[in-house]
Write a protein that binds this ligand. Structure first.
Ligand code: ADP
Ligand code: 5GP
Length: 211
């Protein structure tokens, strides 16, 4: 049976472990998934490479991408622009990969509007205290930025129920497998298999007629 790629949006509080989860999911199932690489105006963190974690852009470059219609969606998040370039996503979906967008909530809702069949997953740590400790433990942000990300988490929590699935990232290993099961289960939804259903109905009619 022909397998069409599904568009998946993964959101979650900054520090909930989305990046870590995505890396592990892609390591375990490299043929199944493709992770979209976003463009952003924020500065690279230590160890991040242009074209691998993000395409790092100036504000002017980013605004040009918006004007040319090169982004599926974009949003402002804590003083910076973030957006999803169209071309890579379209190419990978056509190849049959499940394409994951790791984006914040405003972008997630825009993607759902444009592509209603998108699956929305929200990742949360088991507790709020664990979120703060992961943000501090990551050691990549100043206390000021950590505070703005905790504030933003309060706002984002208001939108959690607009997602299809809530994924609690407690044990990393279990969480990766749960995410994989959820996404692969989505392939069995009847509305995603219209072509198969049409063909088998026709075959049944044909066989019935052969009696
Ligand atoms: P996000 O991409 O959501 O901002 P990260 O993937 O950078 O989050 O994770 C934030 C921090 O939490 C990192 O230091 C990471 O190693 C740690 N982390 C991620 N998942 C877990 C987990 N299941 N248990 C404990 N620590 C975790
Ligand atoms: P970070 O600076 O921690 O890498 O990302 C900050 C937030 O921006 C995260 O919630 C991340 O999911 C979100 N983000 C990353 N890329 C995009 C994107 O292309 N579009 C939108 N809307 N959000 C994004």
């Amino acid at each position: 049976m022909e397998k069409k790629g599904i568009l998946i949006v993964v959101s979650g509080f900054s520090g909930s472990g989305k990046g870590t989860l995505m890396k592990e999911l892609l390591k375990r199932y490299p043929e199944t998934y493709a992770l979209s690489i976003s463009a952003t105006t924020r500065q690279p963190r230590e160890g991040e490479q242009d074209g691998r974690e993000y395409f790092f852009k100036t504000k002017e470059e980013f605004e040009k991408m918006i004007a040319k219609g090169e982004l599926i969606e974009y949003a402002r998040y804590v003083q910076n622009y973030y957006g999803t370039p169209c071309d890579y996503v379209e190419k990978k979906l056509a190849e049959g990969r499940d394409v994951i967008l790791e984006i914040e909530i405003q972008g997630a809702l825009k993607v759902r509007e444009a592509f209603p069949e998108t699956v929305l997953l929200f990742v949360t740590p088991p507790t709020a205290a664990e979120l703060k400790s992961r943000l501090v433990g990551r050691g990549t942000e100043t206390p000021d930025v950590i505070e703005s990300r905790m504030n933003r988490a309060c706002e984002e929590a208001e939108g959690m129920d607009r997602y299809d699935y809530l994924i609690v990232n407690d044990d990393l290993d279990e969480c990766v497998e749960e995410m994989h099961r959820i996404i692969q289960g989505e392939h069995c939804r009847s509305f995603r298999n219209a072509k198969f259903m049409k063909e088998i109905k026709e075959d049944l009619e044909r066989l019935k007629g052969e009696d």
